[in-house]
Design a protein around this ligand. Structure first.
Ligand SMILES: NC(=O)c1ccc[n+]([C@@H]2O[C@H](COP(=O)([O-])OP(=O)(O)OC[C@H]3O[C@@H](n4cnc5c(N)ncnc54)[C@H](O)[C@@H]3O)[C@@H](O)[C@H]2O)c1
Length: 54
């Protein structure tokens, strides 16, 4: 998938499919990956680990 110059927003990104997608979009070079989740604490940790923006 070509994600150059794309901004990605993922909800439910603190675990499972959402987290995996966030990690992949960052690795694929998306312009920006925003992540959200009902669990704020887990979200911040995942954001640091995968390089996305909470
Ligand atoms: N894992 C699979 O193989 C699979 C297959 C088919 C469908 N699904 C469905 O896909 C969805 C995600 O699955 P998963 O395995 O990644 O689950 P998961 O429980 O690992 O992840 C779900 C994430 O969504 C967050 N969340 C829950 N309610 C929220 C809300 N109101 N706002 C924001 N974030 C919220 C949770 O905190 C959690 O981080 C589920 O609905 C599941 O039934 C999963």
């Amino acid at each position: 998938m070509i994600v150059d110059n794309k901004v990605v927003v993922i909800t439910g990104a603190a675990s499972g499919i959402g987290r995996a997608l966030a990690e992949r979009f960052v690795k694929e070079g998306a312009a920006k990956v925003f992540i959200a989740d009902i669990s704020e604490q887990k979200l911040k940790q995942v954001a640091e680990e995968v390089g996305a923006t909470p």
